[in-house]
Design a protein around this ligand. Structure first.
Ligand code: MN
Length: 287
């Protein structure tokens, strides 16, 4: 199932290049009262909601996907987790590029562990990236994003992939500088998730997916998740040994080589095999 959030918080199922309005199914979501449980309420109930979503979509008249404004398919993650330097060739380019390393000795994920991206940084493709600090270099990072379904802590490698509800394309936008990653990657609009989520049953092997990003017409990054240093299962095992995962948590798995700058006016076109493509405009932030 391919599920999107669009326009004014409507829910849609994607079938081919058509979008079917499934918003009516939201009446089937269990009601909540304060304090709401951690995590995204829709993702937590995705399995039980699925028949209602399909039925609502069956009753709707489709529109072309490109006629709507796509939002992040996860509305309320409990957290967004980043994987620093999780591809060897990205490590090599970071070591070689003084505009990335700023004189620092760059290691890999084995040394750094993880970082957090602020939930307030999350947007969908239609909202675009609002570049802050345009006097500094701002880079794209295309990444496979895992969306946690069933939460848990101390999840074993063997059980890890059963905790993934879905996948999406993630952009881990980054302003270069000396501050901690969590600040430089936690700026408003610097986490893009889209174009929709694809449920895990449709992705046979998340550790073997082509991914790429173009800026305007230029191919910048083109690789495959088979080159991840910590693969998808290891990322879940490792993350959950530190912190409890909740439904809707987003793990951005890391970026391959080819990161590079974007400037206002650019459009990024990201694609991951088995998920789809999304175009994301870049503009300058106005305070
Ligand atoms: Mn990244």
């Amino acid at each position: 199932m391919r599920l999107c959030r669009y326009d004014d918080d409507k829910l849609g199922l994607i079938r081919g290049d058509q979008l079917f309005d499934a918003t009516a199914a939201l009446t089937h979501l269990p009601s909540l009262s304060w304090p709401v449980p951690p995590g995204d309420h829709l993702i937590a109930n995705l399995d039980v909601m699925r028949p209602a979503l399909e039925a609502a979509a069956d009753d709707s008249h489709p529109v072309p996907v490109d006629s709507v404004a796509l939002l992040s398919p996860v509305a309320n993650p409990n957290k967004i987790i980043g994987a620093p330097v999780n591809y060897h060739k990205h490590h090599e380019e970071a070591v070689a590029d003084s505009e990335i390393n700023l004189g620092r000795d760059i290691k890999t994920i084995d040394t750094y562990g993880l970082f957090m991206k602020a939930n307030s940084s999350l947007v969908g493709p239609s909202q675009g990236v609002d570049l802050h600090f345009t006097d500094r270099r701002n880079d794209h990072e295309v990444e496979l994003a895992m969306i946690i379904g069933q939460g848990g802590s101390d999840i074993s490698r063997k059980d890890a992939m059963a905790h993934v509800a879905a996948y999406a394309i993630g952009l881990d936008m980054t302003v270069r500088g000396t501050e901690d990653r969590s600040l430089r990657k936690g700026i408003d609009t610097y986490s893009v998730l889209g174009p929709w989520l694809v449920t895990a049953d449709e992705i046979a092997d998340p550790d073997k997916l082509d991914l790429e990003i173009l800026v305007n017409d230029e191919v910048r990054q083109k690789s495959n998740t088979e080159f991840l240093i910590f693969d998808c299962a290891k990322l879940i095992e490792y993350t959950s040994s530190f912190m409890t995962l909740y439904p809707g948590d987003i793990i951005m798995t890391g970026t391959p080589e080819g990161v590079g700058p974007v400037v206002p006016g650019d459009t990024m076109h990201a694609a991951i095999e088995g998920i789809g493509t999304m175009s994301v405009p870049v503009r300058a932030h106005e305070a």
